[in-house]
Design a protein around this ligand. Sequence first.
Ligand code: ADP
Length: 425
Amino acid sequence: MTTPKLLIGCIADDFTGATDLANNLVRAGLRVVQTIGVATEPLDLAADAVVVALKSRTIPAADAVAQSLQALAWLRAAGAQQIYFKVCSTFDSTAQGNIGPVTEALMDALGADFAVATPAFPDNQRTVFKGYLFVGDGLLNESGMQHHPLTPMTDPNLVRVMQAQCRRRVGLIDHAAVAAGEAAVRARIAALRADGVGIAIVDAVSNADLLRLGPALKDMPVVTAGSGLAIALPANFGIAPSTTAAVLPPAQGLRAVLSGSCSRATLRQVAHFQAQGLPVRSIDPLRLASGADSVDQVLAWAEPLLASGPVLVYSSADASAVESVQQQLGTQAAGSLVEHALAGVARGLVERGVRQLVVAGGETSGACVQALQVSRLRIGPQIDPGVPWCHAPSDVPGQPGLHLALKSGNFGSDDFFTKAFAQLA
Ligand code: ADP
């Protein structure tokens, strides 16, 4: 069935970020489908919102703009009434970054003279106050993000960061206005407009702030935000939170976890799974590189175990082990070697009957989804903030689809890998 009109059309600049946004939209009551890249044809699944997952966060700005405009064209053709450009809740965008150029390109295409931008995601401790982004109790530039290999965030003031990327003037809708509610926000927007400001960073330190902000954004053609703002927009379309939006087909088949994330939360999740006495198999990049280990060997290990419960295959390692591997193989080479291997394991496991698969790691998830030739996902119930179960319908009529949970590295509680399957059951 084709949806007559999409309410919200979303463009996400990375893969797990797309799922994170979709998750919040579903919790707010929308039926959501995520497409991997821009779909080539109209959607055949009923949806109130579509999230187009791009991989445009760190590519050259001109390419990010071109891909985002292509996504915009598809979403407009599907009738989208508001466009949501989803960016990272830690902004992940330096002066050379893409958030400003893409926001302005979308505004130009939509004829919008004003847009807001806020990465606030209070559920995950990302808050904005006086335009400064906090991660937990500290500023962005003290959160570890100042050392990010691709997008070092050394300035926590988002008005300055955004201004460095934009032609339009950037201003601030501060907490005083947000706390006072819709009328105050609208008055602040009018004042900023009169001052020649085209884009405003918005303060928000709680979900209540976002919910107060939402009504003032009704009819704004494009918003740029982390996933947090998603909780506040569906009400503008008369939609209330419900559990029916999150219903997926029943789960069946065998279960497995793949982890290529070396983030601290994932390392704890791997240790927790192992401590339950469940079967685990590590992949060592150096042994892969030397040919001493292979995808076939991993699959031969997994095959007899799958019938008894979930297995975990992981390359996750602590920072010193990763650094040593990177020195020997090169950072890029080590990463793509591991991604390729885990993607091969994902394909082999699905061929062996796995139909419930948890993948940890943003890049790792992208590689696995690509290897599995998944082109669209229906978004289901949340497992932990930012991570829902998803369902990829089979292209073969009558064949069961695949349930996938794609976890960004630092998301999820320590028992995530076992909790996820318990929830699906
Ligand atoms: P996260 O979401 O935690 O950032 P990603 O999957 O996005 O996780 O990134 C992890 C990267 O590290 C991937 O490119 C992965 O292939 C690579 N990697 C995984 N394990 C190892 C390892 N043991 N040594 C070196 N690189 C690794």
